[in-house]
Write a protein that binds this ligand. Structure first.
Ligand code: ZN
Ligand code: ZN
Length: 598
């Protein structure tokens, strides 16, 4: 069996067991006089990756995607997933589970139709306060109500993996750019500005950034699962299970106190005065405890999210350095792919080979997410992940889409390249060129400060729109600094009104997918900086971080205008200059050929 170090190719779905598991959860409903029960994918931190012991949704339903919720009724169960996962969820679940596309309307209607009346239980630590209030209000004038309950899944999941306590490392200030003390002072100032006495922080990547710590509690993201309370003077209490944390925070003792996780609830009951809480991510249970203490709640965004997103000059310098190394690994990989023309190779070979190139880098700690290596019709699934049963041989005439990234000590990368395997049809080349035109439009954009993701998202789509085409995902997401590969608050999306600020790193990843046939995506990371435009107003622009050739064999030159042609030729000359002295001889020859002017 072929194996990679950071990624498994097993199909982790236990589909066959799930009808029986559902029946024992339904028996628990009866015992607890409940008409329904909510089983979300999220854990107490509302993060994208969860520990094995928190994979409740997958255990119950078989669905292994990164977002979704199941509602268990006494004789049926609905699994709600967003558009990216509808095909996967249908494959992974079996009757009596019913897969429904997630949107608020579908969710409410399903509950109304299938539960009819009675109490719907939920674990108050696994749902945000905002979500429960929304549900309670939506059902206010019906015979359905929502009731906090103990976790029914944990009660019946006999082989539930234990919660592990992993080692924590100090993230050196030479890489972080600011000391934990400086960061705490900065956040304390924001707390005072909000006229709060303290803030409750429940997001693990916020906590890792604030205290310059990195952990190993979930795959692919170097976070530690913890809660934290910081007061208006910058004094911190951190609650977590991790072994060695007390020793790791050496030097921070005069402003950071470490407690075991179980003490968090007690600490909340002791908080007094005005408390800043993130309304979108704080658990319902935490908010209820604060309310019952008589605390005045100031609902707002976690005050760490924005300073974390606006990388400081040291973080940016390191991001450029790690992207330069990652580009070398990608070039070695892409030239390897081109040398496979006469050999049979499959999607799993692609994942392993790419991981091997990255693993030669001594700064690599993990991959940023499971590599997407998708050929032919598999590439039409934007979030496809290969396993032993889906794996296919890559055939001549197809395109191969590879979306991957590295978690390096000095930064996080995320890049997608679509590669021509043999000759390509005009349809594929034209679609690829439209996607490229969208990527270029975003890359060379200059925009006034105050501009947000929804103001620019259409620039990436317009070239596709000209041909009646589009893609069903956002254009870009924020990226952390050796932290989460998907981080907020900014995005390039028609739904984002968060203003771009200097230092934010964001992905630029338009695509096109033809179901059952092929898929195309090109992705670079770009960063927001002050524009060099000489103007009275303050303008911003993007600096590209990712320099890896874009497959010239897929470009229809006649669809590019003269400015786009200049852009791609400049881009390729940069790719050549940056990597030529760092790659092996065969890759250097490949690189030279791939970066010739068009
Ligand atoms: Zn990506
Ligand atoms: Zn991405």
């Amino acid at each position: 069996m072929k194996t990679a170090f950071f990624q498994s190719f097993e199909d982790s779905s236990d589909r066959e067991e799930t009808p029986f598991r559902l029946s024992i959860v339904q028996a628990e409903l009866k015992k607890n006089s409940l008409s329904g029960y909510l089983v979300p994918r999220s854990d107490v931190h509302q993060g994208e990756y969860v520990a094995a012991c928190d994979e409740r949704l997958s255990w119950l339903t078989g669905f292994t995607g990164s977002a979704g919720i199941c509602i268990v009724g006494s004789d049926r169960a609905g699994v709600f997933v967003d558009g990216r996962y509808s095909i996967q969820a249908k494959k992974q679940t079996k009757s009596p589970f019913e897969v429904i596309q997630w949107n608020k309307k579908n969710f409410l209607e399903w509950i109304k139709k299938n539960i009819i009346k009675g109490k719907i239980g939920f674990d108050p630590w696994l749902h945000s306060h905002k979500d429960i209030i929304w549900l309670s209000e939506a059902f206010a004038s019906t015979r359905i109500s929502f009731a906090p309950s103990h976790n029914l899944i944990d009660k019946v999941w006999l082989a539930r993996p234990p919660k592990t306590s992993n080692k924590v490392m100090n993230y050196p200030v030479e890489l972080a750019g600011l000391s934990a003390k400086e960061k705490c002072q900065k956040i304390a100032e924001k707390i005072r500005f909000k006229k709060a006495n303290s803030a409750v922080i429940t997001l693990p990547d916020s906590i890792a950034w604030l205290l310059n710590l990195r952990g190993n509690d979930v795959i692919h993201s170097p976070i530690l699962q913890a809660f934290l309370i910081i007061d208006a003077e910058g004094y911190v209490k951190i609650f977590c299970q991790n072994e060695n944390l007390s020793n790791t925070i050496n030097g921070l003792e005069n402003f950071v106190k470490v407690f075991i996780l179980e003490r968090f609830e007690m600490a909340l009951t002791k908080l007094k005065g005005s408390v800043l809480v993130d309304e979108i991510t704080a658990p319902f249970a935490a908010v209820k405890i604060l309310q019952s203490n008589g605390c005045k709640l100031i609902m707002g965004e976690d005050p760490i999210i924005l300073p974390k997103a606006c990388k400081n000059p040291i973080e940016l310098r390191n991001a450029r350095i790690c992207h330069k190394r990652d580009a070398v690994h990608m070039c070695e990989f892409l030239s390897w792919v081109d040398r496979q023309n006469k050999n049979k190779f499959d999607e799993i070979d692609v994942v392993i080979e790419l991981e091997n190139f990255r693993r030669k880098d001594e700064n690599l700690k993990e991959i940023s997410f499971d590599t997407i290596a998708a050929s032919g019709p598999n590439a039409a699934l934007p979030h496809y992940r290969v396993n032993y049963s889906s794996n296919r041989t890559i055939e001549t005439g197809e395109v191969l889409l590879v979306d991957s990234g590295g978690q390096y000590l000095d930064g996080t990368t995320d890049i997608t390249r679509t590669i021509a395997i043999g000759r390509q049809s005009k349809e594929v080349k034209n679609a690829f060129t439209c996607v490229l035109k969208g990527l270029i439009a975003i890359s060379k954009l200059k925009f006034p400060s105050g501009t947000s993701g929804r103001d620019i998202d259409a620039f990436a789509r317009a070239p596709l729109w000209q041909f009646g085409k589009d893609y069903a995902h956002g254009t870009g997401h924020g990226v952390g600094h050796y932290l989460s590969v998907h981080e907020g608050p900014h995005r390039i999306s028609k739904f984002s009104d968060v203003e771009f600020k200097e230092g934010m790193i964001v992905s630029n990843e338009p695509g096109f997918y033809k179901e059952g046939k092929f898929g195309i995506r090109i992705e670079n990371l770009i960063l927001v900086k002050n524009s060099e435009l000489k103007t009275d107003n303050s303008f911003l622009e993007f600096e590209t971080l990712t320099f890896v050739p874009i497959d010239r064999r897929l470009i229809s030159r006649n669809l590019l205008d003269s400015y786009e042609l200049v852009w791609i030729n400049n881009y390729h000359s940069q790719c050549w200059k940056r990597a030529k002295d760092l790659v092996t001889a065969p890759t250097k020859a490949w690189l030279k050929n791939m970066t010739r002017p068009l």
